[in-house]
Design a protein around this ligand. Sequence first.
Ligand SMILES: Nc1nc2c(c(=O)[nH]1)N[C@H]1C(S)=C(S)[C@@H](COP(=O)(O)OP(=O)(O)OC[C@H]3O[C@@H](n4cnc5c(=O)[nH]c(N)nc54)[C@H](O)[C@@H]3O)O[C@H]1N2
Ligand SMILES: Nc1nc2c(c(=O)[nH]1)N[C@H]1C(S)=C(S)[C@@H](COP(=O)(O)OP(=O)(O)OC[C@H]3O[C@@H](n4cnc5c(=O)[nH]c(N)nc54)[C@H](O)[C@@H]3O)O[C@H]1N2
Ligand code: SF4
Ligand SMILES: [Mo]
Length: 721
Amino acid sequence: MSTQVIKGACPHDCPDTCALEYHVVDGKLVEVKGSAAHSVTAGVLCTKVAKYPLRTYHPTRVKTPLKRIGKKGAGQFAPISWDEALSTIASKFKSIIASNGAEAILPYSYAGTMGMLQYASMDRRFFHALGASQLDRTICSSAGAAGLQVTLGSRLGTDIEAFAHSELIILWGSNPITSNLHLWSRCQEAKRRGAKLIAIDPYRSLSAEKCHQWLPIKPGTDAALALAMMHVLIRDDLLDHDYIYQHTLGFDALKARVAEWSPARASDICGIAVDDIEALATAYGSTKKAAIRLNYGMQRHGGGGMAVRTVTCLPALTGAWREASGGVLLSTSGAYPMQSAYMERPDLMPTVDGKLPRVVNMCELGDALVPSPWGGGLGRGSAQTSLAAADNSLSPNPSPPGGGEQTIKALFVYNSNPAAVAPDGNKVLAGLAREDLFTVVSDIFITDTARYADIVLPATTSPEHDDINRSYGHYDIVLNRRAIDPAGESVPNTEMFRRLAKAMALTDPCFEETDESMIRASFDWNHQTLAGQSFDTLERDGFLRLNYPKKDGFITPFMHGGFGTPSGKCEFYSETLAQRGLDPLPTYTPPREYDDAALSAEFPLALNTPPARNFMNSTFANIEELAKPHGAPTVQLHPNDAAKRSVIAGATVKVFNHRGTMKLAAKVTEDTREGVATILWGHWRNHPGAEGFVNDLTSQALTDMGGGATFYDCRVEVEAV
Ligand SMILES: Nc1nc2c(c(=O)[nH]1)N[C@H]1C(S)=C(S)[C@@H](COP(=O)(O)OP(=O)(O)OC[C@H]3O[C@@H](n4cnc5c(=O)[nH]c(N)nc54)[C@H](O)[C@@H]3O)O[C@H]1N2
Ligand SMILES: Nc1nc2c(c(=O)[nH]1)N[C@H]1C(S)=C(S)[C@@H](COP(=O)(O)OP(=O)(O)OC[C@H]3O[C@@H](n4cnc5c(=O)[nH]c(N)nc54)[C@H](O)[C@@H]3O)O[C@H]1N2
Ligand code: SF4
Ligand SMILES: [Mo]
């Protein structure tokens, strides 16, 4: 049998968005390889996706619709037909709409797949047309996105491939060996050319270990460090005056602000020695080809938006943006000419008394399902999110899910696993266990969330459906073509929502649109970033790069300024923030829980729960071959913290706070900063060797901007058991 090679795109929530080759023999996926022709992928895949057939052909895949036959959470189901599943859902939804209104239905989805179609298209149209509550998708990047937006005016950054030519690379709250492999290979290339690599991270991650220097910062204090760096840059005149004059706004105000931030003051806050701060700032200020890989570690704290904003000011001071291999990379997701309004159809949303359906912040799912007397699930802090309304004059119903008629009566989960990934897990589970909540889960596996479903619907994996992908780590579009038949009766999300629309008798013609038509309509092919490109070239090659200004062959987004802010400049001073009642200048906002003296006295350790290498959030943890190398979860403690608590290596300990408890083995290591307990996350609940769960400890509190999650802003105590 000959091997057919079909072009694909990695659908996972990873900045690399690799171009894939599906190798198919006799209708069976035998291998997944990285495209050698796609320069970012360069023929290399991470372990997870290199072993993709294990996931696609896993014996525990959901292959038919299922209905619950046991208690919620027990995970006992019986197969049913698609017809029965659809009519059960439709009749339940209709009766809920009749008695409680459509806002009692809440969709819950995130990034199980990031393809434009399977992530956000027919699903959004469906829930918009119903008038369901709107979900504000804030769990990952919205604080950082808001920080970038107010400072740079767009989510653009340094070209991943240009990192190979940087002379100084700062990995700031980023562990690319785990989460951005193709950036790491460029860092290694730069290192071989003589570049210096510095990691700023409370944890000596796999990447920090391989850098020349590890600066073990106290969690949530990055802005203080960046302010002190700016203090040194300005004090020692390590500035690009011409760039500042032409392309920035508010330099004098910034100068006055950072004058207050001596390295000594910052050192007390962030726990980095004064000499190290001075040396870092001097190295940064004297290297034009200095690139910062800023990642999401720092923005999962109360002051996360401001921290991202503050760090993002650095390259405009030194003029590092002039170099392709200088600048900052947080995200490139703003680069694409998306046709979101067409794909998602927010205009289908009905209004009640002039108001659109209410918005529920996904980080507050616990409060939304089990409303507290003081109200919750309101989307506190997320009032200015990017949720698109067709008509800007319309605003959402401000009332939160409360008791009585306001209660969420139906939850529809797809592309997500909130029982594992959402904060304040005990509350989320209490909600999912509510007998009066009708829960539908579409997934590939019976996840921790699916165990609570009334109806489970079988979903396809990416080799089984078509899609088109953008990236948040590079500037390419990557096409994904279906390579094999779907397992059992599984369907793509698009098809599931087409069927549901029919079952709900929704008549707009948009519910008939095919995947092929939507693939071609996802981007505006007449936009300047796609000039000279066509869908045909994408189809032929499997990927294409957007047009942006280049230097030395690499995209250099702000070489000549051109910021997307209201002033067109990099805004050191932001009127937008002032109008929102926030500090218009870069500042340090302490982590919420650390700032609470009583709480940090009771729970003296900061809990840090970054992702584990072989998992993708909670995806892949059920694939034995990938889970095995990680073993059971452990909590990593600094030797001094372990000694204070008489914890010995390998012993079972209790990690706890006012929200929850987890029991697991302790690992005693200097890899985690003193005062910080680190648990690499991604395991499912009920993993052998652990009791309780990481996200039972984390908080529903939101960030200062963007209504983001504060997973790493979490105080705990540890006790030997
Ligand atoms: N293998 C794998 N890859 C992934 C994921 C996965 O689960 N597994 N998840 C994907 C997703 S959804 C995302 S959003 C990205 C996440 O990508 P990143 O945000 O880059 O996540 P990490 O690579 O863990 O790096 C975060 C680092 O921040 C550190 N950190 C924690 N708090 C602070 C702080 O206050 N300041 C600083 N400076 N550092 C801090 C952590 O110790 C950690 O080493 O990765 C994506 N890629
Ligand atoms: N403690 C702690 N918690 C965290 C984080 C952390 O660092 N620490 N990180 C947070 C971050 S950054 C993120 S992004 C979130 C991740 O949150 P999620 O996006 O919910 O991530 P996953 O756990 O990967 O769950 C995705 C689910 O979608 C399913 N899926 C995949 N493809 C499809 C499809 O085509 N159709 C359907 N219907 N389902 C599909 C997968 O099988 C999987 O069960 O977690 C957050 N939670
Ligand atoms: S998870 Fe990331 S590194 Fe792995 S194949 Fe997908 S895009 Fe590439
Ligand atoms: Mo994420």
